[in-house]
Design a protein around this ligand. Structure first.
Ligand SMILES: Cc1cc2nc3c(=O)[nH]c(=O)nc-3n(C[C@H](O)[C@H](O)[C@H](O)COP(=O)(O)OP(=O)(O)OC[C@H]3O[C@@H](n4cnc5c(N)ncnc54)[C@H](O)[C@@H]3O)c2cc1C
Length: 377
């Protein structure tokens, strides 16, 4: 079957970026069809930290009230050494404002919220895309079952290993992050942290963020020879000199290895995100190590900018170049600041302990300051 409608948008992938594009198009009355490979997300039980610019983007998607009912506000950040010495703290609520301050919630809640009020008829699950082709006045996607869907514009929102990107640019642009190559994520009963708290030691990072229902979200990365997988003893050794709260929390997580989610840390850096009627958004275009937790924020902003252009232009052929012009500077800023902090994180402990109390707060302001200002039009 070949369904071709030049007036609708095909969205490849129903993750954060794809669902945000679908929602933003719906807000503007543009018909779309989202094609999602999976029946249900695999890491949706985990949480995600949303800085203030992500919360502002959610507000523009009409979801601020819904956000208030799930997860927890993140009011304060603390950066600590592996000996638990506080290097610096940030009053995040004062920085971003109370209304749109950072928020940590379960991924499943974010994905559910993005679909609030939308009808399921414009999303097809179990629809894996195998190839994408340009056609006159549009683009088409070939699915695993041989079906072909076409639209006047195709949005590649299919994540860091994007099939759409590979169809357009082969796999140029995909590489390992500077920060670390591997990380693990988990949910644990909150051991008593009240703030976003990062402990940093030699080649090892341990982050805990309070969520809700008495739980906290944990993120661990280490360069200690874990590339082959999760070895509890190697992981315990990597954090042996960290505070008791960290070690105990790690033990609680390791007691349930099936609930620990492993992700390689990969990045996408591409000179172009668009070709003719195909546009990449979110991780497919610019996956960036989660140093500043900008993945969801950039994906939500991409969606709002792209939907605005789709709604205001009658010729969709040139949308891609305008989208890139509007989005490039912001994404490039996040990439540059990610590289900068990743290099600092790799300094020897003694050097980090000296520079971070001064550089840390400056780096926070230099990164998030420009991201506080945003106009999607
Ligand atoms: C360890 C780690 C921690 C992170 N922490 C944070 C954080 O705290 N805050 C934050 O903002 N960001 C964080 N991120 C980044 C964030 O998860 C991503 O930026 C965000 O998920 C990107 O959304 P996306 O929709 O572009 O991609 P994805 O979430 O990967 O969604 C892509 C979707 O496309 C679907 N798909 C893939 N291929 C196909 C195909 N061929 N056909 C059809 N569908 C397909 C997938 O099933 C998936 O549903 C983190 C990332 C990592 C690795």
């Amino acid at each position: 079957m070949n369904t071709q409608r030049a007036d609708h948008v095909l969205v490849a992938g129903g993750g954060i970026a794809g669902l945000a594009v679908r929602r933003a198009l719906h807000q503007r009355g543009i018909p779309s069809l989202t094609l999602e490979r999976r029946g249900a997300p695999t890491d949706a039980g985990l949480a995600i930290n949303l800085p203030g610019n992500a919360v502002r983007a959610l507000a523009r998607l009409g979801l601020l009230d819904a956000l208030r009912t799930v997860g927890a506000r993140v009011r304060r950040r603390e950066y600590r050494t592996e000996r638990d010495r506080l290097l610096f703290a940030v009053d995040e609520e004062a920085f971003w404002g109370v209304e749109t301050g950072p928020h940590c919630l379960r991924r499943t809640d974010l994905l559910r919220m993005l679909q609030l009020g939308l009808t399921p008829s414009d999303i097809r699950r179990g629809a894996g895309i195998v190839a994408v082709r340009q056609i006159p006045h549009g683009a088409e996607a070939e699915l695993e079952d041989g079906t072909i869907e076409a639209g006047g514009l195709l949005v590649g929102a299919d994540g860091v290993h994007s099939r759409v990107r590979r169809s357009l640019f082969e796999d140029r642009g995909l590489g390992a992050a500077v920060l670390a190559t591997q990380s693990w994520r988990f949910m644990v009963p909150n051991p008593g942290v009240e703030a976003w708290t990062l402990w940093a030691g030699a080649g090892a990072l341990f982050l805990l963020i309070p969520v809700d229902r008495g739980e906290a979200y944990g993120w661990v990365s280490t360069s200690a020879g874990l590339d082959a997988g999760l070895d509890p003893n190697v992981l315990r050794r990597a954090f042996a000199s960290f505070p008791r709260l960290v070690r105990d929390t790690l033990d609680v997580a390791l007691a349930q290895p099936a609930s620990i989610y492993h992700s390689p840390l990969e990045e996408v850096r591409l000179p172009a995100w668009t070709r003719d009627r195909v546009v990449l958004v979110g991780d497919a275009a610019h996956a960036t190590a989660p140093v500043w937790a900008q993945g969801a924020a950039l994906a939500l902003e991409d969606a709002l900018v792209l939907a605005g252009l789709v709604a205001e232009r009658s010729d969709w052929q040139r949308i891609g170049s305008d989208y890139e012009r509007l989005r490039r500077p912001r994404v490039a800023h996040v990439q540059a600041m990610t590289d900068q902090l990743s290099r600092t994180a790799r300094l020897p402990s003694w050097a980090r302990t000296i520079v971070l109390p001064v550089l840390g707060p400056r780096s926070y302001r230099a990164t998030y300051g420009p991201l506080r200002r945003w106009d999607d039009r």
